[in-house]
Design a binder for this molecule. Sequence first.
Ligand SMILES: [Zn+2]
Length: 277
Amino acid sequence: MISSIGRNFPDLRVLDGTLAGAVRFAVTTRDGGASTGVFESGNLADHVGDLPAAVADNRASLTRHLGAERGLAVIAAEHGASSKWVHEPGIYGQVDALVTDVAGLGIVALGADCAVIGIGATRGNGSSVAGVAHCGWRGLVLDVVASLVEQIESAGGRNLQAVLGPTICGSCYLVDESRAQQVVQACTPGVARAAVRASTEVGCYQLDVRAGVKQRLVELGVHVRYEYPCTAEDDRWFSYRSAANRFGPAAQTGRHGLGVVIGAADAGESGDAGESG
Ligand SMILES: [Zn+2]
């Protein structure tokens, strides 16, 4: 058992807001957490080499910010397209999206360039449904966004509203022709146009994961209510690409998170995130 004596009591800096129904979200930043070194300071991932006690403190801080009295269900992403319905806290592997209708259960996606997406929806009986997903270029190819949206809608969710968390943009993510072609061939024409652009570097393409995910959400009828900046351009967030540019491909970095929770029906007038309209 780990003693809390002498430990930090971090208060992660988060940006938050409200989605449809009683669904609230929080986007964590690097600031205010317990981690040090390359994980400074808000790292939420336990698979990247950070101290478990620091990660636990940071997750506890996110739990408090969300008001998630039933705890957190966290995606251990595998870059697939599976979506899972959850009722309990825990770490969920072999999925890239989680959906719940349990009030007070925070569901969390982690990222460091890949898109982190939160959705809130209402149901006919007045209750809410919440979902989160993690989506990089493979997620675009496999269409994890559609998996998430379909699971919410099959549970009766309507009036879907999304927050698109900090995600790498095309200017900051160059890929080779084969990866660009995979995205073009697998995605809808609209997503392919939004996500893949020629680069001035010979043989390279810009892959705009953020624009691709946003386009896919719009195509599926989801209102993108909040958007956050590019991870590689804004040092409030972790970016694997930035770390790799500085320290090489073996560079370590942390993960920020996007959590959503179903609160009490009348909760949540806060919101310091910029609405994107
Ligand atoms: Zn960028």
